[in-house]
Write a protein that binds this ligand. Structure first.
Ligand SMILES: Cc1cc2nc3c(=O)[nH]c(=O)nc-3n(C[C@H](O)[C@H](O)[C@H](O)COP(=O)(O)OP(=O)(O)OC[C@H]3O[C@@H](n4cnc5c(N)ncnc54)[C@H](O)[C@@H]3O)c2cc1C
Length: 379
C-alpha cells in the first residue's frame, strides 16, 4: 500500500509529535510514523514530568525557554489541558554559573532572587543549604505524557495520520521525493522530518545513500551519544510545596515534584553509553550516589527511593540541538537531557524549515560555531 503525503515525520515521540501537530496546523498533509506504541517508554519522552525553566547560563537558551513557556501556555489555553505546574525552581552550586543564570534570565525578562542559606532554609524547608541559592519563580514542571498525548490529539484533529508500532525500515530519497518504507506499506512525500531521537544516527546511515546534495554538511554532524539515565522517586516526609532544584556541581543532581506527590531525582549525564535497542542494568553505584546526596541535602524526603525508572539521553557533545535542513530533509535531533521544555518552539522552527523559511542565525545549524557561553551542566 502506498500513502501520499506532503511531509513524512519519522519518529513520533516528543518532538515528532509536536512537529506533526504544528505542520498539520499549517495545512500540510502529514503522515507520522512511530516504531513503538503511542507514549511508549523506550525513548526519551515518557513519564509524567520534566522541568521547565529559563535558568540557563547562555542567554540564547533563556530566551528560547521563555518563548517556549509562552507557547506551552497557548497550547494549554487552546486545548483546555493543564500541562504546566509552576512551582518555582532553585539552583545551587557554582556561584559564577548562578550569576550568569541571573543575567540570562534578566535578559529574557524573567525574575530571579538571591537567597542567603538561612533564608533559603526558611523558605524551602525540605532542603539543607549551606551556600547561596538562586530562586526562579517562573519555573516548574510540564506533564510529559500528557503533553505528548495532547500533540497527538491536536495532530489528528488537524488531519494528520499517525502510524504507531510501525518501524521505518528504509528511506529512498532523490532529494525531490522520498519513499519511506515500513512493513505495513510505503509513504511517498516531498519532505521528510527526521525526529528519531536515540536512533537517529542508525537510521541516518541508511538514508545517506539516497542523498544527492548536502552530504558535505551531513558529514560534519558529530556522533550522537546515547546514555541510559536512571531517575529515582522519593517519598516526602514533610508536607511542603516542592520547587524544582538543580545542584550545579560535578556531578550535577536535579529533582522535581511529580503529580503523584513523590519527588523525582537523578544525576545529569551520570548514565553509561548504551545501544538504544538493548535494555541495560541500571548502575547501582550511580543510584546509591543519588540516594546519598538526597540524604545529605534533601532531609525532607525518605532517602530510600520507592521506585526508579530509566530514560535515554541522545545528545551531541556540545549539548546543543540540531534543527536544520539538508535538501528535502529537516532534522530535529540531539535533544539530550534538556530538550523537552523547548518542544513547541523547536516544532515551530522545524515547520518553518519545511515551509522553506531559513532560520536567521540558527544556533542549531549543522555548521554552527561552538557557543562562546557553553550550555554546560544544565537540565
Ligand atoms: C531522565 C531524563 C530526564 C529529563 N529531564 C528533562 C527535564 O527536566 N527538562 C527537559 O526539558 N528535558 C528533559 N529531558 C530531555 C527530554 O525529555 C528529551 O530531550 C526529549 O524528550 C527528546 O525527545 P525526542 O522526540 O527527541 O525523542 P523521543 O521522544 O525518544 O522520540 C524519538 C522517537 O523516534 C522513534 N523512532 C526511532 N527510530 C524509528 C524508526 N526506525 N521508525 C519509526 N520511529 C522511530 C522512537 O521510537 C521514538 O519514539 C530528560 C530526559 C531524560 C531521559
Amino acid at each position: 500500500m502506498l500513502t501520499e503525503a506532503d511531509v513524512v515525520v519519522i519518529g513520533c515521540g516528543g518532538l515528532g509529535a509536536a512537529a506533526t501537530a504544528e505542520l498539520a496546523a499549517r495545512g500540510r498533509r502529514v503522515v507520522a510514523i512511530e516504531r513503538f506504541s503511542a507514549l511508549h517508554d523506550r525513548g526519551s519522552s515518557h513519564g509524567s514530568e520534566r522541568i521547565v525553566r529559563t535558568a540557563y547560563t547562555d542567554p540564547m537558551y533563556a530566551q528560547l525557554a521563555a518563548e517556549s513557556l509562552r507557547a506551552w501556555g497557548r497550547i494549554e489555553r487552546d486545548t483546555s489541558q493543564q500541562l504546566l505546574t509552576m512551582c518555582g525552581g532553585i539552583d545551587t552550586g557554582f556561584v559564577d554559573e548562578l550569576r550568569d543564570i541571573a543575567s540570562s534570565c534578566a535578559s529574557a525578562g524573567m525574575p530571579t532572587e538571591w537567597l542567603e542559606p538561612a533564608e533559603a532554609n526558611r523558605r524551602f524547608a525540605g532542603f539543607r543549604f549551606e551556600d547561596p541559592v538562586l530562586f526562579q519563580p517562573v519555573s516548574g514542571t510540564v506533564h510529559a505524557d500528557r503533553a505528548v498525548a495532547t500533540f497527538h490529539d491536536l495532530a489528528r484533529r488537524r488531519g494528520a495520520e499517525l502510524h504507531f508500532d510501525n518501524p521505518v525500515e528504509s528511506v529512498v530519497n532523490d532529494g525531490q521525493r522520498a519513499i519511506v518504507r515500513t512493513s505495513r506499506g510505503d509513504v511517498r512525500a516531498d519532505q521528510i522530518v527526521f525526529t528519531s531521537g536515540a536512533w537517529a544516527d542508525r537510521l541516518l546511515e541508511g538514508m545517506l545513500a539516497g542523498f544527492s546534495a548536502g552530504l558535505d554538511r551531513l558529514a560534519r554532524l558529530p556522533e550522537l551519544t546515547v546514555t541510559m539515565e536512571r531517575v529515582l522517586f522519593f517519598r516526602p516526609v514533610i508536607d511542603v510545596v516542592w520547587p524544582t532544584f538543580i545542584r550545579r556541581r560535578i556531578p550535577e543532581y536535579y529533582g522535581l515534584p511529580t503529580p503523584g506527590g513523590l519527588l523525582k531525582a537523578g544525576g545529569h549525564y551520570t548514565g553509561a553509553p548504551v545501544d538504544p535497542d538493548r535494555r541495560a542494568e541500571p548502575d547501582a553505584v550511580a543510584q546509591r550516589a543519588v540516594s546519598d546526596w538526597m540524604r545529605e541535602n534533601v532531609p525532607g524526603v525518605d532517602p530510600e527511593p520507592v521506585s526508579g525508572t530509566t530514560c535515554l539521553y541522545a545528545g551531541y557533545p556540545d549539548e546543543d540541538f540540531l534543527v536544520d535542513r539538508v535538501g528535502n530533509v529537516v532534522f530535529g535531533t540531539g535533544l539530550g537531557g534538556h530538550g523537552f521544555k523547548f518542544l513547541p518552539e523547536l516544532a515551530r522552527r522545524i515547520a518553518d524549515l519545511v515551509d522553506g523559511t531559513s532560520l536567521v542565525d540558527n544556533p542549531f545549524a549543522f555548521d554552527r560555531e561552538p557557543r562562546s557561553v557553553g550550555p554546560s551542566g544544565h537540565k
